[in-house]
Design a protein around this ligand. Structure first.
Ligand code: SF4
Length: 311
């Protein structure tokens, strides 16, 4: 029997516990973490040193983007398609399970902990959508759920499964003591899709299906220039990021002190340069920007509010 188990690892306390529980059951946990521009990156060193957990990162961007574009189960409080997204995560975990020949997938879900994706009916929807019915083991709440295939075939005993529900953490803290977990992370990765301030940006990216813009979703101010997206840094750090990663799409001021931007789409460099002028400091009303080795000269945009900005 293959003793490997895929642990869908979010970095939060529940997924740390699941990793430890699965190991205590005698399996070999293989932790996988899905990454995308929306999900806060986990600190590998912290988990390796403080929790004794090494995880494998798998790029989830395109799969998650498809879930965001047209979710079957809709959005949560912002633009988070949690049920569809979660099902997509499980599908990716299933691929890993098949590659590894692992026995099952373990997740840190707790019944009733999250309003959207951790209700019992939502868990069933996730199983249906992901096509892995019966192979998702939820050690923290499994005692309250229907038996899974590993339970039916004797790999897992019902009495091993906990019956934790809701948002409280008391039982999890007790388990921390049992497993000798001293350093408790305040939360897992965090997801920008749950923040209302990102709704406009994400919708704009979807409207033009501009996938490159996903890499800049959390950077700068976004402007919608009739289909071309322009991202303008808000500070030096963002200017640096755009400059380093933007290649020939980068535009920056030459005769004034101001931020760097990136043009994601066709044309619009004059408009972009005007906007840079609006956010830069210097004498006079003229701005010169460098874009693809050429100098663009134009007037500083001097409207107080620029109506192309995406809020
Ligand atoms: S919070 Fe974000 S990453 Fe998590 S399931 Fe919801 S949309 Fe997906």
């Amino acid at each position: 029997m293959n003793k490997n188990v895929i642990v869908l690892f979010s970095g939060g306390l529940d997924s740390i516990l699941v990793y430890k529980i699965v190991r205590a059951w005698g399996f070999e946990p293989v932790a996988i973490t899905l990454t995308s521009p929306f999900i806060k990156k986990l600190d590998k060193e912290y988990y390796r040193k403080k929790q004794g957990i090494n995880f494998r990162e798998i790029d989830f961007t395109n799969v998650q983007y498809e879930a965001i574009k047209s979710p079957i189960y809709g959005y949560g409080k912002a633009i988070n398609p949690c049920i569809d997204c979660h099902a997509a995560m499980i599908r990716m975990a299933k691929e890993e399970m098949e590659k590894e020949g692992a026995a099952f997938i373990a997740t840190g879900e707790v019944v009733g902990q999250r309003p959207m994706s951790q209700r019992k009916d939502a868990m069933n929807s996730v199983e249906k959508l992901s096509g892995v019915k019966g192979y998702i083991v939820r050690p923290l709440s499994g005692g309250l759920l229907a038996p899974t295939i590993p339970e039916k075939n004797g790999m897992i005993k019902r009495e091993w499964l906990y019956k934790i529900t809701g948002r409280g953490r008391k039982e999890q803290y007790q388990l921390c003591e049992e497993f000798g977990i001293e350093d408790i992370p305040s939360s897992g990765g965090g997801c920008l899709l749950t923040e209302k301030s990102f709704i406009g940006r994400v919708k704009t990216v979807i409207k033009y299906d501009n996938r490159i813009a996903l890499n800049y979703i959390k950077y700068g101010r976004m402007f919608d220039l009739e289909g071309t997206l322009f991202i303008l840094a808000r500070n030096e750090e963002e200017s640096e990021y755009i400059f380093r990663n933007g290649g020939d799409k980068v535009i920056f001021p030459k005769n004034r002190i101001g931020p760097t931007g990136i043009i994601l789409g066709k044309g619009k460099e004059i408009e972009a340069c005007k906007i840079i002028g609006r956010y830069s400091k210097g004498e006079g009303k003229h701005i010169e920007c460098e874009y693809r080795g050429e100098i663009i000269k134009t007037e500083v945009y001097n409207e107080k509010n620029i109506d192309t900005i995406v809020d």
